[in-house]
Design a protein around this ligand. Structure first.
Ligand code: ZN
Length: 192
C-alpha cells in the first residue's frame, strides 16, 4: 500500500505542473463552412502572448483580428464566441483613448493570393492562470473579420462579419502540439 502511494505522488505533482505551465498553444482556424483555413501558434513571452498566424483563402486586403471571450466557434456567424476579450472593462480599439480591449489586435493584410503570414503580439496577455489569461475558464477564441477594424468604433471597430474562427482551449483535448507525453505514464495510471 505504501509503495503505491509513494509511486503515485510524483505522478500527481507532474500532472499539476503541466496544466499550469502552458507556454505555447496551437490553434486551428476554420471558415464559416467548416473548412480549415489556417493555424495560429501562441507563445508565452515576457510582455504578452506572441501570435504566429498563417491563413489562406481570404479576400486580399485588410481584415480585423480579435480574441473573443468564449472558446466556441459555431458557424456560420461565430456569435457563440461572444464579444472581444475585455477583462479590464475598457473601450474597443487600439486607437481609442479608453482602450483597448485585451483581445484587440492590429489588422491583418492578406496578399493578392489571399494569404496571411503574420507575427503579432497581445501585450499583457498570458497563457498562464489569471485575469489576463487567454485560457481562462474554458478558453477564448481567435476571430478574423470580413473588413478592417477602424480602431475606435464601438463595440468592435465596424469590422464586419466574423469569417474565420479558432478555439483557444486549455488543457485536455488540445495538447497534440504540446511536448510529447511519455506513453508509459498513461499505462501506469491505467494499471492502478
Ligand atoms: Zn475590441
Amino acid at each position: 500500500m505504501r509503495f503505491v502511494f509513494v509511486f503515485l505522488l510524483p505522478l500527481l505533482l507532474l500532472t499539476a505542473c503541466q496544466t499550469k505551465e502552458e507556454t505555447s498553444k496551437s490553434v486551428e482556424l476554420y471558415n464559416t463552412t467548416g473548412d480549415m483555413v489556417g493555424t495560429a501558434k501562441l507563445l508565452e513571452g515576457p510582455d504578452g502572448v506572441q501570435v504566429q498566424l498563417k491563413l489562406e483563402g481570404l479576400t486580399p486586403g485588410f481584415h480585423g483580428l480579435h480574441v473573443h471571450e468564449y472558446a466556441k466557434c459555431e458557424g456560420p456567424d461565430f456569435k457563440s464566441a461572444g464579444n472581444h476579450l475585455d477583462p479590464e472593462g475598457k473601450e474597443h480599439g487600439l486607437m481609442h483613448p479608453m482602450g483597448p480591449h485585451l483581445g484587440d489586435m492590429p489588422n491583418l493584410e492578406a496578399d493578392a493570393g489571399g494569404l496571411v503570414d503574420a507575427d503579432l503580439m497581445i501585450p499583457g496577455a498570458t497563457l498562464k492562470e489569471g485575469k489576463m489569461s487567454l485560457l481562462r475558464g474554458e478558453g477564448t477564441a481567435l476571430i478574423v473579420t470580413e473588413t478592417q477594424d477602424d480602431g475606435v468604433s464601438q463595440p468592435s471597430g465596424n469590422s464586419g462579419a466574423r469569417i474565420v474562427c479558432g478555439e483557444i482551449k486549455s488543457g485536455k483535448g488540445n495538447e497534440a502540439t504540446e511536448s510529447p507525453t511519455d506513453p508509459t505514464e498513461f499505462n501506469k495510471k491505467q494499471e492502478e
